[in-house]
Design a protein around this ligand. Structure first.
Ligand code: NAP
Length: 269
């Protein structure tokens, strides 16, 4: 295993209780990183934090809340600083996919998606960058979608926000590069998580009669082979491995970049 040179650093990860965020937490914990874990559903979050703390012998602090609430990022950081001296790593991951074109997405859904994916990221960065600046060291990873690069109309709002995230990532990266802070995005392709099962699989089943009676796993295997040049659907660990490098002290020279992590695919539905 590559030494990430992160022992006893502190990370705040949003959307940490399951899927990609949970996998990133485990990858960091393996390298001795202490974790502030954020998600809405308290029991699931507390369980995940407890299990990671036990398994990897790191400190874990679950903070339950909705990142879409404008006051929450500042409150969460304040609470975290009661327990930890600073925050060295930030992973803005909370979110979900939303199906709809520009014509079929309501204002309410557009605003809610913007609050969860984009505004929360902006606010967490604004709270945490000054802490990193004091230490002249920090790493930030923002999770977007590969659709931020290759737009696909059935997922218009998710993809437009991903493009905004990628652009914000570069802008912030250039702004803070001289402070020892590196900021990157990962443009994620289709990854087998609850989010994909709940928000995307129903659409795939509805559009393809031959898949109606297949299990979720069978459909993901079929789509992985059909749509992905590498031949398999994404796994949360595939994304966590990339995040770990970008967040590590081994990364000294990659900043402002969006890594396309989709097995070579540009769309899945
Ligand atoms: N899976 C994919 O194929 C894929 C593709 C492209 C991009 N992405 C992006 O990757 C990120 C992670 O997705 P995932 O697939 O790993 O999803 P997931 O398995 O559904 O996990 C989402 C995590 O975010 C938390 N969360 C959701 N909304 C939140 C909110 N408003 N406030 C605080 N926490 C919230 C969830 O917990 P609670 O529900 O308890 O809050 C959970 O911990 C998302 O931003 C998603 O858009 C995923």
């Amino acid at each position: 295993m590559m030494d990430l040179e992160l022992k006893d650093k502190v990370a705040l990860v949003t959307g940490a209780s399951t899927g990609i965020g949970l996998s990133i937490c485990k990858e960091l914990a393996q390298s001795g990183v202490h974790l502030i874990m954020v998600a809405r559903t308290q029991p699931r979050l507390e369980q995940a934090a407890h299990e990671i703390g036990e398994q990897y012998q790191v400190k874990t602090l679950p903070i339950a809340g909705d990142v879409a609430n404008a006051e929450f990022p500042a409150q969460a950081v304040k609470q975290a600083l009661v327990h930890f001296p600073s925050i060295d790593l930030l992973v803005n991951n909370a979110g979900r996919a939303h199906s709809g074109t520009l014509l079929t997405t309501s204002d309410e859904d557009w605003d809610s998606m913007t609050a969860i994916k984009f505004s929360a990221m902006r606010r967490f960065c604004r709270e945490i960058v000054p802490l990193m600046e004091k230490n002249q060291w920090g790493r930030i990873v923002n999770i977007s979608s590969v659709g931020g690069i290759y737009a696909n109309p059935p997922l218009t709002v998710s993809h437009a926000l991903s493009a905004a995230i990628n652009n914000l990532t570069r802008s912030l990266a250039l702004d803070v590069a001289s402070m020892g802070i590196l900021v990157n995005a990962i443009g994620v392709g289709a990854v087998a998580t609850d989010n994909w099962a709940n928000n995307m699989l129903p659409k795939v089943r509805a559009n393809r009669a031959e898949l109606h009676d297949k299990t979720d796993e069978e459909i993901m295997t079929i789509l992985g082979k059909e749509k992905t040049p590498v031949g398999h659907f994404g796994r949360p660990e595939d994304i966590a491995a990339i995040a770990a490098f970008l967040l590590s002290n081994r990364n000294q020279f990659v900043t402002g970049h969006t890594i396309e992590a989709s097995g070579g695919a540009d769309r899945f539905i």
